[in-house]
Ligand binder design. Structure first.
Ligand code: D41
Length: 705
């Protein structure tokens, strides 16, 4: 290869050469690590690697996600680099009861407008490990990434190359293939590893899952190499051609390509057979050599999976049927009340510490006062109506990775002197009345921002990682500033005036205990760097009740600009307004969420706080969803009967393409899709001169998008 001087390379040439080097060096690595048969000499390998680094230094923007400089023996010093998944890694909704599995099958059928008898599903064990996405280009493994938050994961390519059941090279595959599955450790290997850890005086792992995660996420991939990790393939991400027409076919194809797939995967004709396979897998659970925590069901036909699509983060076409959790008895020592950022008084059980599923548990949630009394949100009995008292023996369990819960109480062990628990009716933090609104299971402090607990929790949420994520301003610092008389932070806007106030006569953070001029300067810089913020992040950061990260994203993608959103919230104060309807029409936004938003913007106190904050910020517009589709940003109305898809499917499809779907025709309607039987809406659209198409027109408009 006649090589040009690195600084003579054009952008295109550099990109092409980096791609080639990634491939050549990747293959060389492979030959070296897997086959112990190096194809090129060490010195040639080193020379190519140096050339790769030189080109990357010349054109940093061209550095590839699978750059050879990121691999084997060259892990970045500070943790793993980030990988943005080409296709998001979705999560799974859960079912716990057989009835929820039946409901799932019915939901799918209803969405598609078919008889549920005609649908088939796969059922497979849900491996309790960690998910991994493997990217193959022209059959060569170029990148492995952990799930992370589903959008961005960690680059663990070097580590994944050390796992025997992950093929490094594939024959006869699509140009691009991302294979997804679960990395896990078998029980026997886990026991051995823990004995070795004990001999070395190292800390043992709590369970095989933690051992697998700890072993994969080693900065030094040579440590991963010594750990017995395994991989089951169960899904795929971006692919340049379809793998098959069905889920089962795709799994078989992955098996034929050399991946290990789970032998208990079975095709089922409906809910009854799915539940039967669940029982089969449940019965085998104790003798399987690895941990599983349930059974995953997936719609078999891939074209139907595609039509079903997904809600915020979970596919409509799959669900996890979880096994009941391990239950352990312990003593309830006390009940504490915590006040959250929305004023909710949350009772927390303080327990005598006990191990549940390999993790020591000393707290459990008691949800609310009805729960303690033995009633659920609908007023129906739980635990046979038994209440919970301090000193009781309670049975606890862990549901996933969340806070442990209480399942039962042992009345035979209750002390005679134990009195029913009296739930406070005043806020333990600020003394304001704590009231329960009609229909609300939760008692809330009415102190609003005068309640220090609410204000502090709101601020902690505001600076948290998924919100403003301000370096050096965490929960501890928020408490300090909240209590500081002079440099106080009482509401989010105060964060952005901190530096100015410090520069005045009184401030001088650098003279505070625990602070110096350097750390104060760094904090001001960190705050300054967050003055510019995305609309969705800002909305989430406000900590409005019911407005989580996903909802905030949906709202931001719909309104795009903060200004437009604020106007819409003003216009939506009347619940019959068009603005209110528009808000409700966003897919994933229901009445509860809509009301929470409109209320937050309608309350003088809260609104003024928001305005003070926003006046300190530069709010960046949200990216509009799927802006290159012909219906992006358009307002559509469906009317009449649709014959080839259900309303739900048509609406979901339109919204996935960035359109708004409204229930009524107005001057703002861009397009009416009218099926047979369309009445007054079609007439109104005609009167207003709005473009109208039929169902076939709609299908051809969005075909292939
Ligand atoms: O065995 C598993 N842990 C497993 C997890 C599985 N067999 N299938 C899965 N399928 C999916 C979809 C349907 C989204 C492709 C999954 C997961 N997801 C999953 N695991 C953790 C989050 C999502």
């Amino acid at each position: 290869m006649a090589e040009k001087d690195v600084n003579m390379l054009s952008l295109e040439e550099a990109a092409a050469e980096l791609a080639l080097l990634a491939q050549v060096l990747g293959a060389a690595n492979l030959a070296y690590h897997q086959d112990d048969a190096p194809e090129i000499s060490d010195s040639e390998y080193d020379r190519l690697k140096r050339r790769n680094a030189a080109i990357e230094a010349q054109y940093p923007s061209l550095k590839r996600a699978d750059s050879p400089s990121e691999q084997v023996g060259a892990a970045p010093a500070e943790g793993f680099s980030k990988v943005i998944h080409a296709q998001r890694m979705l999560s799974l909704g859960n079912a716990f009861e057989d009835s929820e599995v039946e409901e799932f099958a019915q939901r799918v059928a209803k969405f598609l407008g078919v008889q549920d008898a005609g649908l088939s599903f796969t059922a497979e064990p849900k491996i309790d490990g960690l998910s991994l996405s493997l990217r193959y280009e022209n059959g060569i493994l170029v990148q492995a990434a952990t799930r992370g938050d589903g959008e961005t994961g960690e680059n663990v390519t070097a580590n994944a190359r050390m796992i025997d059941s992950i093929p490094q090279q594939l024959q006869a595959v699509p140009e691009l293939l991302e294979v997804r599955g679960e990395v896990y450790m078998s029980h026997a290997d886990f026991e051995n590893l823990n004995s070795e850890q004990a001999e070395k005086g190292a800390k043992p792992f709590a369970n095989p899952r933690n051992a697998a995660a700890g072993s994969l996420r080693q900065l030094d991939a040579n440590i991963t190499k010594t750990r017995p990790l395994e991989f089951f393939a169960y899904a795929w991400g971006a692919v340049s051609e379809p793998l098959a027409e069905t889920q089962m076919g795709a799994i078989e194809r992955l098996g034929a390509l050399g991946f290990v797939t789970n032998p208990l995967t079975k095709l089922c004709a409906g809910a009854e057979e799915m539940i039967a396979q669940y029982r089969v897998i449940e019965a085998k659970r104790a003798t399987l050599p690895y941990d599983i925590d349930g059974v995953v069901y997936k719609v078999n036909a891939l074209d139907l999976q595609e039509r079903l699509g997904f809600r915020a983060t979970t596919p409509r076409w799959a669900i996890a049927h979880k096994f009941p959790a391990e239950l352990v008895w312990t003593r309830l020592e006390a009940i504490d009340i915590q006040v959250g950022r929305t004023g909710a008084l949350s009772p927390v059980a303080r327990l005598t510490p006990v191990t549940v599923g390999g993790v020591v548990v000393s707290n459990a949630t008691l949800h609310n006062e009805d729960y303690i009394l033995g009633r659920d949100n609908k007023g129906e009995e739980i635990r046979g109506g038994k209440d919970i008292r301090i000193g009781d023996w309670v049975q606890v369990y862990r549901a996933g990775d969340v806070i442990p819960k209480v399942a039962d109480v042992d009345l035979s062990k209750r002390d005679e002197s134990a009195a029913p628990y009296v739930f406070p009716t005043v806020c333990p933090e600020c003394g304001s009345a704590a009231v329960r609104e009609e229909g609300d299971a939760v008692r809330r402090c009415t102190g609003g921002l005068i309640c220090p607990a609410q204000a502090v929790e709101k601020l902690k949420h505001f600076v948290s990682r998924k919100a403003f994520d301000i370096d050096g301003l965490g929960a501890k610092q928020i408490e300090m500033f909240y209590a500081d008389e002079v440099l106080s932070i009482r509401e989010p806007a105060d964060i952005f005036t901190l530096a100015k106030r410090d520069a005045g006569e009184l401030g001088k953070l650098k003279n505070r205990e625990g602070w110096g001029s350097r750390s104060a300067e760094k904090l001001f810089e960190a705050i300054e760097s967050k003055r510019e913020i995305g609309f969705g992040r800002l909305l989430f950061a406000l900590g409005i009740r019911h407005i989580g990260e996903q909802v905030a994203k949906l709202v931001a993608a719909h309104y795009v600009s903060w200004g437009r959103f604020r106007e819409a919230m003003d216009a939506a104060q009347g619940e019959r307004s068009e603005a209110w309807q528009e808000l409700l029409n966003i897919d994933g936004i229901g009445e509860v969420v809509a009301r929470a938003l409109v209320t937050a913007f309608g309350q003088t106190h809260e609104r003024e706080g928001i305005e003070r904050l926003v006046s300190e910020l530069i709010v960046v517009d949200a990216a509009q969803a799927a802006s290159d589709s012909p219906v992006a940003g358009k307002t559509l109305v469906f009317t009449g009967t649709l014959e080839k898809m259900t309303r739900a499917e048509a609406k979901a499809r339109a919204e996935a393409l960035g359109a708004k779907v409204s229930g009524s025709v107005s001057a703002k309607t861009d397009l009416l899709i009218a099926g047979p039987g369309a009445g007054s809406k079609a007439k109104k659209a005609a009167d207003l001169g709005i473009e109208t198409i039929d169902e076939d027109g709609w299908i051809s408009l969005v075909a292939g998008l």
